[in-house]
Write a protein that binds this ligand. Structure first.
Ligand SMILES: CCCCCCCC/C=C\CCCCCCCC(=O)N[C@@H](Cc1ccccc1)C(=O)O
Ligand SMILES: [Zn+2]
Ligand SMILES: [Zn+2]
Length: 522
């Protein structure tokens, strides 16, 4: 073959490759454009005809406003702190019990309500329904709070419930006394208005959620199991209404947690012979451990965005982004890798992309002139839906890559199962409807709860667990969670009461509306 002939063949070959590439790109963009224009997963049941059950309405008058705010502030002022796995403020927990009985006299005296104390400080309420064939549901909240110290920089003392510019400040105002008080205040008002539910429901208030719920939630579950109870759905604290937190999203979004991340506590330790600090070895136990921790921080767990249900969150929200983000969110099959790189830049959104690694304890050393024989650290991992405790442990061992560092799993559990969010998912649709009726500008989407809740102990009682608080979070608010200046606006607290007031009545429908009518039982 002549030189010009072979050049011609190469040229023709390149032409075919380039045009195939162009056609593929064109095809991909056509599919992407079609998805961008057509993807709106939000209409669903909300346009359908709902059976009317919310016959009672709550318009809060001046007297009620004073009363409900006084109740809430009193709840915040009781320091029900869980300090550590073994230390709680039991005096405060007792006081909280007395306070609840005083604040909600109708709840505690109604013939419709059966109340019992569980494990001394937790509470279980059964509100009897008039139609026993309707499967009951359960609302959860917790009494305990994490410690708080004014010296960390609080604008008001953390157990003062001081009101500043329309916000009540204090530990527990968003985690979780807002939900607890919101639920009971709503029930108090419903009972006062003569409401009797058709569908029975439970309310569970754990006293040790912040230290794993081993006594509170787990004993409530044990009692319900003994009684053969199965639940239609469980609703607990969790994700919130985000406003201005998700970059590029127009308007607020209510994310309902269908699952929660798993968790692992891993201990790293290095043991060496102790000695005099005047003759130090080349590496100390502290140095070896510090290097291991640096490796973990420099090598985050793999990006897994799109391998769990978090992709659904953005598909549901896609129509609320403007271009080019709308195009990206509608086509995660193509753009997941790009989006995960954007999301991982901030701690809040990074939590949705991967298993996170946080070193939370580091202990070593006994005296300035002694080479320490032992250095140990604890790592707290929050496990992405697409990973397991074992996989995470193996990666940690690989990344540390040093036989001198002992890596031990102390405690852990895999990510929780994923609850339904389709047209047949009763709990999800009821929460969604209640949000949309009260906050019509909000877009509701499924999400993954990045922290853990008492509801994880309820997996044997129901397949349908939802983690959502009707609390508004604006920029800066996620940091208040377990942080300083935890607060809620008085307006939002009132909205929370109205939310639960409506939610309880909405649950009285026998089944979801047509065309998808069957209740997704158990
Ligand atoms: C890109 C999307 C951004 C969406 C913004 C989301 C804003 C985040 C808002 C809230 C965070 C969710 C917190 C959920 C509740 C967690 C409650 C909690 O703190 N639980 C403890 C329980 C625990 C577990 C193990 C040992 C002790 C306590 C926790 O998870 O640490
Ligand atoms: Zn909480
Ligand atoms: Zn908490």
């Amino acid at each position: 073959m002549t030189e010009s002939g072979s050049k011609l063949r190469i040229f023709k070959f390149l032409k075919i490759i380039i045009s195939s590439l162009l056609i593929t790109v064109l095809l991909l963009f056509t599919i992407a454009a079609i998805r961008t224009l057509s993807l709106d997963v939000n209409a669903g049941l909300q346009l359908a005809h709902w059976e009317k059950t919310n016959n009672k309405s709550l318009v809060i008058d001046h007297h009620q406003r004073e009363e409900l705010l006084a109740n809430f502030k009193e709840a915040i002022r009781i320091p029900t702190v869980s300090f550590s796995n073994t230390e709680s403020n039991t005096t405060a927990l007792h006081e909280f019990d007395r306070f609840l009985r005083k604040a909600f006299p109708t709840v505690f005296s109604s013939s419709l309500v059966h109340h019992e104390l569980v494990a001394n400080y937790s509470h279980l309420f059964w509100v009897k329904g008039s139609q026993p064939e309707l499967v009951p549901y359960m609302l959860l909240a917790h009494i305990d709070v994490v410690p708080a110290s004014e010296s960390d920089g609080w604008e008001a003392p953390p157990f003062s419930a001081k009101e500043i510019d329309g916000f009540i400040y204090g530990r527990g105002t968003i985690d979780d006394k807002n939900n607890l008080m919101g639920i009971l205040q709503a029930l108090e008002y419903l009972l006062l208005k003569g409401y009797a539910p058709r569908r029975g429901f439970y309310i569970g208030l754990g006293h040790d959620e912040e230290i794993n719920g081993l006594n509170g939630a787990m004993n409530i579950v044990r009692i319900l199991k003994q009684r053969g109870v199965q639940l239609l759905f469980v609703m607990d604290e969790g994700l919130t209404i985000s406003d201005g937190i998700i970059p590029g999203l127009e308007g607020p979004a209510a994310l309902i947690g269908l699952s929660e991340k798993g968790q692992a506590a891993i201990k790293l330790s290095v043991s060496v012979a102790p000695g005099h600090s005047s003759m130090p070895p080349r590496e100390t136990s502290i140095g070896i451990l510090a290097t291991a921790i640096k490796r973990l921080e420099d090598n985050p767990m793999p990006r897994l965005f799109g391998y769990g249900p978090e992709g659904d969150t953005f598909e549901h929200l896609a129509h609320k982004f403007s271009l080019p983000l709308k195009f990206i969110m509608s086509n995660l099959w193509l753009f997941s890798p790009l989006l995960s790189r954007i999301l991982e830049r901030k701690p809040v959104s990074n939590a949705f992309v991967r298993t996170t690694t946080a070193v939370t304890f580091f202990n070593a050393g006994v005296k300035i002139n002694v080479i320490p024989s032992l250095a140990e650290a604890y790592v707290n991992l929050r496990i992405h839906s697409a990973q397991s405790v074992q996989e995470v442990l193996d990666i940690i061992k690989d990344t540390v890559g040093d036989q001198r560092v002992k890596v031990e799993l102390v405690d852990g559990f895999d990510p929780l199962p994923i609850s339904g969010a389709d047209d047949k998912a009763f709990g999800f649709q009821i929460i969604k409807k209640t949000v949309l009726d009260l906050f019509p500008t909000v877009t509701v989407a499924p999400g993954i709860c990045i922290g853990n809740t008492d509801s994880r102990h309820f997996v044997d009682l129901t397949k349908n667990i939802y983690r959502f608080s009707p609390a508004w979070f604006k920029p800066g608010d996620p940091e208040r969670f377990h942080g300083i200046n935890e607060r809620i606006s008085t307006k939002n607290y009132e909205e929370m009461i109205v939310f639960y007031f409506n939610l309880i009545q909405n649950c009285d429908i026998r089944k979801l509306p047509e065309p998808h009518s069957s209740v997704h039982e158990l």
